[in-house]
Design a protein around this ligand. Structure first.
Ligand SMILES: [Zn+2]
Length: 369
């Protein structure tokens, strides 16, 4: 399924397209093998033609070509572009001028940054490990604030305590200190969970509501902990914001780049195929060490994979973090199942049946958005 369709306003042809989103404009690319550039739309020229009330997406128009339309079939992508229209002048850099040497270093960083920009993807791996913990936490705090603008936090101490029982067990199996993730729970029908910088995991309640066993919850948590210990989300942030992060680090400024965009990106996180397989492999081995079967992770993936095929627009599941579009989901399921069969482990639960049912139904009582 394509996320977007483009009508050029001259012919009646409706084309499946991909978008390459930049700071000042986005490029509309044909989805066929030619990947031809069909148009470049700059944000000041774009307006919202339709905002579908069911929150599934909408249509953008272009002031110079009012008959052209770009139809977006996904709420997150639609909102991501709309935020760009509102925030064209975000992310100004605050450089403390009274620290002359810092200013100089920042200028150097910009210079180096320009040279390194194409290589940022390659250097982000080691830059990730140079980032001080305090920066990561500040960044994570800001991202959580950003998520709160989209989702209502679910303050259910029982659910959080039960989730912690599971994550503590997984954390003990990592053999690494301080790996119990801090959980942030939000109301949403979307079955999603994603790791944030600073050893934090955000869970949207739809994920708990859709789960059928403690083992499935543990499976997805273990996958996210795989991203967490490798600091994948921080690395993705550095890759997406590049030079801005280096300047922030040097100048101690509060300029972190486009947080709104990154918060939305996290939910549909496009980690590489390699990173997804690595998080699955780490998660599967963690599950076994903690006394859970990896079957829970593969069964949750299979369930959403089926939903994705049966539900064209009603499901965002194709774009969930742990079901990223990049890696072949079926291949992931197959690999986890092979590992599960080899390990021959039967899960032991930390929660009673009633406790699990309570956790499954957590955050249902408050209004969702
Ligand atoms: Zn993942």
């Amino acid at each position: 399924m394509s996320l977007a369709c483009y009508l050029d306003g001259m012919t009646s042809q409706k084309r499946d397209v991909s978008l390459s989103i930049g700071d000042h404009s986005f490029i509309i690319l044909s989805n066929d093998s030619s990947l031809a550039t069909l148009a470049t739309w700059s944000y000041p020229k774009i307006f919202v033609k339709e905002d579908w009330t069911d929150g599934l997406g909408g249509t953008f128009g272009h002031k110079d070509n009012p008959d052209a339309s770009l139809i977006i079939y996904q709420k997150q992508l639609f909102e991501r572009i709309r935020k760009r229209l509102r925030q064209r002048h975000q992310a100004s850099f605050i450089i403390p001028v009274h620290y002359r040497h810092l200013l100089l270093m920042a200028i150097c960083a910009v210079g180096v940054g320009f040279i390194l920009f194409p290589a940022i993807r390659y250097i982000s791996n080691w830059v990730t490990y140079l980032v001080p913990k305090s920066f990561e936490i500040r960044l994570s705090d800001l991202l959580i604030e950003e998520l709160k603008t989209e989702f209502k936090p679910c303050n259910d101490p029982k659910a959080l305590a039960d989730l912690q029982k599971i994550t503590k067990r997984l954390s003990a199996a990592t053999g690494i200190k301080d790996t119990v993730p801090e959980i942030y729970l939000f109301h949403s029908t979307s079955p999603n969970a994603f790791s944030l910088p600073g050893n934090r995991i955000a869970i949207l309640s739809g994920f708990l509501n859709d789960s059928t066993s403690e083992n499935e919850i543990a499976g997805v948590m273990a996958h996210e902990m795989g991203h967490m210990v490798k600091r994948d989300s921080l690395q993705a942030f550095i890759e997406s914001q590049g030079v801005r992060v280096i300047i922030s680090l040097i100048s101690s400024s509060n300029s972190y780049g486009d947080l709104a965009e990154f918060a939305s990106f996290m939910q549909t996180m496009d980690y590489s195929r390699q990173k997804e397989f690595a998080a699955d492999a780490y998660g599967a081995s963690l599950l076994v060490k903690a006394g859970y079967s990896p079957q829970g992770l593969s069964s949750f993936l299979s369930k959403i994979d089926k939903e994705e095929q049966s539900d064209f627009l009603g499901s965002y599941s194709q774009y969930l973090e742990f079901l990223s579009t990049h890696p072949d989901t079926k291949e992931r399921i197959k690999r986890i199942q092979i590992y599960a069969q080899k390990s021959r482990i039967t899960s032991t639960n930390s929660l009673t049946k009633d406790q699990f049912l309570e956790l499954k139904n957590a955050c249902l009582s408050l209004p969702k958005r």
